[in-house]
Design a protein around this ligand. Structure first.
Ligand SMILES: Cc1ncc(COP(=O)(O)O)c(C=O)c1O
Length: 398
């Protein structure tokens, strides 16, 4: 380890809350799909900051737009108008078919807002409903409301009690969903593709059961598209693919291409129940984050979705080919540029480590799934390079 690396690690060890088990590499800069560490070593980045660096790293258009915005104006708070929130709101509502947008700073805040607005909706019907139905294997974030609808018990236990009115059902059990969704349920919350839980797309049958349960009980539907949304699967939203009609949608990650921004999209019926002062944020939707979102949305509309479809199909085909050759891979799941390879936890740990040594970044979801969330701008050659590295890694495991 170089002295520079050592200094970074010592400073963190001495001064930071020790809440992350960091992988021992210090990144200093990036270029497209590649990251460079403090020693100048290059890595192909198929993690993209957990699905955030949607335009890759050091994107020239984004860098120029952000520098220009920084010279003009970064932040004014939500006390005043600025020209960009309405523009991003228009683009997102057009893309989703939902009526209105609220901006925040992260995925968990977007989920938190969705939960609040769902309760707000029922409160104004004069029939307060407080219960939520969530899914086993879900991950919705770390703030208390989002955490309460997150399945992994070890995430919730140290912060108990969570919101008491959450019922978890299996995402493969439509009958349990039906049973849990009574007329006291404010909303069903789900990820159309469960990301942190191990890259599990919901089945069309389960999605159909969600629609039936919502229409029978009146419960609202919250789609958490923080990880799978905004083009990552080759469609603007995976809810569309499943024919789901959410009343509320949580967005984050890819939207700011690296600048923190989250968004809540909602139907007019929900929006009509929210009054000025009900919710708010200091930073949410400031000029910097909205500028980033506009650059991202432009890129998505100008060839971005097509690139995800092409690169995603190439990646999936290559991964399936690897699964045919290496029995340690027990399943390949995902769509577009959200892909997972299921294996045992021990093997998955070895693969992440060996891939890193081979210059490829992938990470583990749910311990036993190698997850890939490359930038939307990834090239065919880069996809092939990742597949080749994985091939080498897997061949040495045998
Ligand atoms: C589906 C989903 N929802 C919510 C979140 C929380 O987002 P954030 O970490 O930006 O708060 C995540 C983060 O991984 C996520 O995958």
């Amino acid at each position: 380890m170089t002295t520079e690396e050592q200094n970074v690690r010592v400073a963190e060890a001495e001064h930071l809350l020790q809440v992350y088990n960091r992988i021992p590499v210090v990144f200093t800069h990036g270029d497209g799909s590649y990251l460079y560490d403090i020693n100048g070593r290059r890595y192909l980045d198929f993690v993209s900051g957990l699905g955030v660096a949607s335009l890759g790293h050091a994107h020239p258009g984004l860098a120029a737009a952000l520098a220009g915005q920084a010279r003009a104006l970064l932040h004014t708070s939500n006390l005043y108008f600025h020209p960009l929130q309405g523009q991003v709101g228009r683009r997102l509502t057009e893309l989703s078919g939902l009526a209105r947008a609220f901006f925040c700073n992260s995925g968990t805040e977007a989920v938190e807002g969705c939960l609040k607005f769902a309760r707000r909706y029922w409160y104004s019907q004069g029939n307060p409903r407080t219960r939520f139905v969530a899914l086993e294997r879900s991950f919705h974030g770390r703030t208390l409301g989002a955490l309460s609808t997150t399945w992994e018990p070890s995430y919730r236990a140290p912060f108990a009690p969570p919101l008491p009115e959450v019922t978890f059902v299996s995402p493969t059990d439509p009958e349990a969903l039906d049973e849990a969704t009574g007329t006291d349920v404010a909303a069903i919350i789900l990820e159309p593709i469960q990301g942190e839980g191990g890259v599990w797309p919901l089945s069309p049958e389960f999605a159909a059961a969600v629609t039936v349960a919502c229409s029978r009980s009146g419960a609202l539907l919250i789609a958490d598209e923080v990880q799978c949304g905004l083009g990552r699967t080759g469609t603007p939203f995976y809810s569309d693919h499943l024919d789901l009609k959410p009343d509320l949608m949580a967005l984050g990650k890819a939207l700011g291409a690296g600048v923190p921004i989250g968004a809540i999209l909602m139907s007019q019926a929900v929006a009509d129940t929210v009054a000025p002062g009900d919710h708010g944020t200091t930073y949410g939707g400031n000029l910097l984050s909205c500028r980033a979102a506009l650059v991202f949305l432009d890129a998505l509309e100008h060839g971005g979705l097509e690139r995800v479809q092409e690169a995603g199909a190439r990646l999936e085909k290559g991964l399936r080919h690897l699964a045919d050759r290496y029995p340690v891979i027990t399943d390949v799941r995902g769509t577009g540029l959200m892909q997972g390879l299921d294996m045992t936890e021990t093997v998955a740990g070895q693969v992440v480590e060996a891939a890193l040594a081979g210059g490829l970044l992938v990470n583990r979801a749910a311990g036993h799934v190698i997850r890939m969330l490359p930038p939307f701008t990834v090239s065919d050659t880069e996809v092939d390079e990742a597949l080749q590295t994985l091939d080498q890694v897997l061949s040495k495991l045998r």
